[in-house]
Design a protein around this ligand. Sequence first.
Ligand code: DX5
Ligand code: ZN
Length: 224
Amino acid sequence: MQKRILPSLLSAPFYCLEPAVRNLETAGADVFHYDVMDGHFVPNLTIGPLIIKSLHNRLQSRFDVHLMVANPDVQIAWFDLPAVRSLTIHVEASRDLASDLQRIRQRNKRAGITLNPPTPSHSLDPYLETIDQVLVMSVNPGFAAQTFLREALPKIESIAERREKMGLEFIIQVDGGINQETIAWVRDVGADEVVAGNAIFGAANPAAAYTYLYDKLQGKDIRT
Ligand code: DX5
Ligand code: ZN
């Protein structure tokens, strides 16, 4: 399983988005996390598909769309764009998770489910065999730069164990509060793709911050 750091555009400088993304592409990033918030399911309002459409022809990267919207059935179609790699919906938001996941897959996108911090991992059970990725929230969704919630760790670990037992191959993602320390915690319990906003774009040198997290996720700091 390829281990990736997904820089989150939520913390990117929108006044110069293209060079900011390109800078991280040069450092090796190829999938960017894209937070869609509706001001209803979460207490913040962000972006629709416009930014992906306007960046699409100028960059190589693809986008991992995190839909933090109530009833995502309508918005799924809005993100049926070539640059979208994956679409993740919240188990707490969807009215009909099975058909929303099917809607995503019919569009040849990777389909994901997200769990908020209080949501137990067994709510994934009916879907484990049909999903491409699980996103474990390690903050309550809505804002960047929050503190990592440690209760995400046993949750990630148990999802990774179940995946192994069942012989499945979905990606395990983590989102929220990742920094130079917490990256090792999530790596050690089985995360494959780790979202990082403030730790990258809030750094003096975002490319160096990306590389630091990437190397740590690959275990380059572990002595053998
Ligand atoms: C929070 C978003 C995250 C956010 C993470 O609701 O879903 O993707 O960008 O930001 P950091 O990495 O700063 O916690
Ligand atoms: Zn997110």
